[in-house]
Design a protein around this ligand. Structure first.
Ligand SMILES: Cc1cc2nc3c(=O)[nH]c(=O)nc-3n(C[C@H](O)[C@H](O)[C@H](O)COP(=O)(O)OP(=O)(O)OC[C@H]3O[C@@H](n4cnc5c(N)ncnc54)[C@H](O)[C@@H]3O)c2cc1C
Length: 287
């Protein structure tokens, strides 16, 4: 089976950051990703840049682009208007999430409390107009009661109409294989693509991991700590660790990789080069 490689970006916050963003997308285009995705309000950021970023990527780079969409500050009316606009733009793929909750906030108000509510609404309103990706958590979502409940909730999203899933990042391949096996045993037979976070910055990675519940294995944390502010060594070590992880995942049957680029070019280019993914696969057309 052909492997599928996709790349994730976030919309710039400041006007002066757009040229750098566009440049990064243009440079990563040479990897021929099957599609790229654009986050929506991730980490509590503004949501409005997503449409703009999707439009620019499609127009300037002609890449199949999947906007993320979340339940936060979302109503049935706002979703329908946004998706009608995306459909007009030619968007055929979405990544549907509950969303990062603003700090101290409870579950989103309104009818969309969980990602499964939003998936069900989109299927009901737009039928098969969009290919829908949802999130999966090999190491368990940090707010889940237990792994079994989290798996049941994942299967609810699939039953609501998700076509495929992308995982939260992780550095333990066994957690991914275990999750895929449990999902298959529970009858959730959708492709589950590992989300890959390159390691380039210790403090940033620690901050992200504290929020999203992704474990940094002790041996990796210790090695990163030892490198201190020696960024070149951190990057070289990170590339070794992450490329080995990716190879294990691909060899073990993962359908592809979804790289969290953080809008940076080199870590993803270096990773693809190390893995021997020369020019990726031809662009796939979503649904
Ligand atoms: C690939 C990927 C992309 C992301 N992109 C973004 C983005 O663009 N913007 C953003 O804000 N965030 C993004 N996130 C982060 C995501 O929004 C958070 O992890 C969020 O906390 C959970 O989102 P979800 O869609 O997995 O939620 P859900 O699937 O709704 O699950 C959230 C929690 O609720 C539980 N749950 C689900 N359904 C039920 C139910 N019926 N009853 C009780 N409990 C239930 C789950 O077990 C889980 O603990 C992304 C995450 C991933 C993995």
């Amino acid at each position: 089976m052909n492997k599928q490689y996709s790349l994730e970006f976030f919309p710039p916050r400041a006007a002066e950051a757009w040229p750098g963003f566009e440049q990064a997308v243009a440079e990563l285009r040479v990897l021929k990703p099957a599609y790229v995705s654009v986050t929506f309000g991730a980490g509590g950021s503004v949501q409005s840049g997503t449409v703009d970023a999707v439009q620019r990527i499609r127009e300037q780079q002609g890449l199949d682009t999947a906007p993320h969409l979340s339940c936060v500050n979302t109503t049935p009316e706002s979703v329908d208007a946004l998706l009608a606009r995306y459909r007009e733009m030619g968007v055929r793929r979405l990544v549907v999430l509950r969303g990062d909750l603003p700090s101290g906030a409870g579950l989103p108000a309104g009818p969309f409390r969980y990602a499964s509510d939003l998936v069900a609404h989109i299927r009901k309103t737009f039928g098969d107009a969009f290919h829908i990706e949802v999130a999966a958590y090999p190491e368990m979502h940090p707010q889940a009661r237990d792994p079994a409940a989290d798996l049941r909730n994942f299967c609810t999203k699939v039953a609501a109409g998700a076509d495929a899933a992308i995982t939260q990042y992780f550095y333990n391949a066994d957690a991914y294989f275990d999750f895929c096996e449990r999902a298959a045993a529970a009858g959730c037979q959708v492709p589950i693509t590992p989300g890959i976070m390159p390691i380039t910055n210790r403090r940033q990675l620690t901050r992200f991991s504290n929020v999203c519940g992704a474990e940094i294995p002790r041996w990796i944390a210790l090695r990163l700590e030892q490198y201190g502010d020696d960024l070149a060594s951190i990057r070289a070590f990170g590339l070794d660790v992450v490329s080995r992880l990716c190879q294990t995942l691909l060899d073990g049957g993962a359908p592809g990789l979804h790289v969290y680029t953080l809008n940076k070019v080199e870590p993803t280019v270096d990773l693809f080069a190390r893995l021997g993914i020369d020019a990726g696969e031809p662009q796939a057309q979503a649904r």
